[in-house]
Design a protein around this ligand. Structure first.
Ligand code: FE
Ligand code: CA
Length: 510
């Protein structure tokens, strides 16, 4: 047994050393910070990972070790509410997931981990509460490490939201770029600057070793660590956590890997994702088919959040993917975005919701966007919901059937956006069903921003569009309104860049 009294006698200082700990003084183990997530009214998941050599497999010796944690009601970590010891090992990359239970709803808590004579940073978290009158939710996506520093996360941490939703592209799988700024042709005779400000740590990632080291690289960023330490996160991956534009069992380059090779790669990606995220369940592997549970529902006061997983179960993109007009394949009624099981779950989750707002947190845009002027046939992005018109219509009809104030909160397209949604997506004379608000990317560039700007008039349902700046979204829900603040980073090449509000809007004004 560990002595709680002994620890308290040390009054929070790093003086408590368990007897079995090896002397490892001087080598830091909490190099990847701490995190909390999947918040509930009575509990939350706490996360950390011991990684004295984070970019080389973590650097822990093989075997089991014990990590202690405490949960306090005060930031100074004096009033211990719960503590315990958890075991971890090289099998899980020395990651730690603690499922804390027995907390009060709608309260702030603080937590810290201890290993040998070392203590981690202190994290703040918050339980959910359906009775809260307001909910402050930050939305993040697309944080290509090479394309920018994380000033957006510095600013997000300072806001201290009730929750951060991350809708994917937490890491990028690509290889090592080349430092420096270069002009890139963006069409229409225009060139824009794109910058590589720091470098990835390996070639394109494929193995478990690669995925772990890539997650670790991203997680060494101090501003990303600060955003994790500031609030609980709920997360679902998009494509780049595995492979660009993958769909279910199909990789981006089916000719470069067999189906079995892609399954093994996906399992490695899912496992490393779990090892670095404050989520409830590790992936499972059945007959060489990996699966990870990411979709789920959360209630934050006036906002009922339905977090979707639009990669694991979707049909392959139609018509060969990319930006194209529809071919016959796109309208095949058997094509799915969510898979039958998740779609049924969502229908139930929406039906049961009694909240004034129903947030649907999804990876790719639900809003239709045409890249051609009428009467030309609409060219759309076939990786987004535009490539899944039958599945989108089913969800739009579901939302039109009495769901209170649907608000999609979305990432993926590296472009901030606000829109009004209609029951028939391309028909603004049909019934309004809700809105979509999209944060800009944390750091990933947007080479297609100009293409979108030139066809703004062909997309009158879109009331705000900004692909030029990096940033994120702050959404504040009350019983009567959703206020969105689109935060933009002045210079994503600088970690200390100013971050300002580009626009504040209320969905009731759209
Ligand atoms: Fe992205
Ligand atoms: Ca994406």
């Amino acid at each position: 047994m560990f002595s709680r009294r002994l620890f308290l006698a040390a009054s929070g200082a790093a003086l408590w050393v368990p007897k079995m700990a090896r002397a490892q003084s001087g080598i830091p183990h909490f190099t990847l910070g701490i995190a909390s997530g999947s918040p509930r009214p009575d509990g939350v998941i706490l996360w950390t990972r011991l990684a004295p050599d984070p970019l080389n497999g973590g650097g822990m010796p093989p075997g089991k070790v014990q990590v202690r944690y405490r949960v306090c009601t005060d930031e100074a970590m004096r009033k211990t509410l719960q503590d315990g010891v958890v075991e971890t090992s090289d099998e899980m990359a020395h990651a730690v997931h603690v499922q804390v239970k027995g907390l009060q709803p709608g309260r702030e808590y603080f937590y810290q981990f201890y290993y040998a004579d070392e203590e981690s940073p202190v994290g703040r978290t918050r339980t959910t509460n359906p009775e809260d009158t307001e909910a402050k939710i930050a939305l993040a996506s697309c944080q290509a490490y090479e394309s920018g520093h994380y000033a957006a996360y510095r600013d997000m941490a300072a806001w201290r939201p009730d929750c951060v939703i991350h809708t994917g592209d937490y890491i990028y799988e690509g290889g090592i770029g080349e430092l420096g700024a270069r002009l890139r042709d963006v069409g229409g005779g225009e060139r824009r600057i794109f910058e590589t400000v720091r470098l990835h740590n390996s070639n394109e990632i494929v193995t478990l070793w690669d995925y772990r080291n890539r997650h670790a690289l991203y997680r060494t960023d101090p501003h990303l660590q600060a955003a994790h330490a500031a609030a609980p996160w709920i997360v679902a991956m998009d494509d780049h956590e595995v492979d660009n534009n993958w769909a279910s069992h199909t990789p981006q380059d089916p000719e470069k890997q067999t189906k079995l090779e892609f399954q093994i790669r996906k399992y490695a990606a899912f496992k490393a994702y779990y090892e670095h995220m404050p989520i409830e369940k590790p992936p499972i592997l059945r007959d060489m088919a990996p699966a990870i549970q990411l979709y789920g529902q959360y209630r934050f006061g006036p906002a009922h959040v339905h977090l979707l997983d639009t990669r694991q179960f979707r049909s392959d993109q139609p018509c060969g993917d990319g930006r194209k007009p529809y071919c016959a394949d796109a309208s095949d009624p058997d094509r799915t975005m969510l898979g039958a099981e998740q779609e049924a779950w969502l229908a139930k989750s929406l039906k049961q919701s009694s909240a004034p707002f129903n947030v649907i947190a999804t990876q790719t845009w639900f809003t239709p966007y045409r890249y051609t002027e009428a009467p030309e046939p609409a060219v759309t992005n076939l990786d987004s919901w535009d490539g899944y018109p039958v599945a989108r219509q089913r969800l739009a009809s579901m939302l039109a059937d009495g769901v209170s104030n649907p608000v999609f909160m979305t990432g993926d397209w590296h472009t901030a956006m606000a829109s009004t949604l209609y029951e028939k997506p391309f028909d603004a004379s049909s019934r309004r069903i809700g809105h979509e608000i999209v944060g800009s990317s944390i750091s990933s560039g947007c080479p297609w921003a100009r293409d979108m700007e030139t066809v703004r008039d062909a997309n009158p349902h879109v009331s705000y569009l900004n692909g030029k700046k990096r940033g994120y979204l702050r959404a504040t829900f009350s019983s009567g309104d959703c206020e969105a603040q689109f935060r933009v980073v002045e210079d994503s090449g600088r970690a200390d860049s100013a971050v300002t509000t580009d626009l504040t809007l209320r969905t009731s004004d759209l």
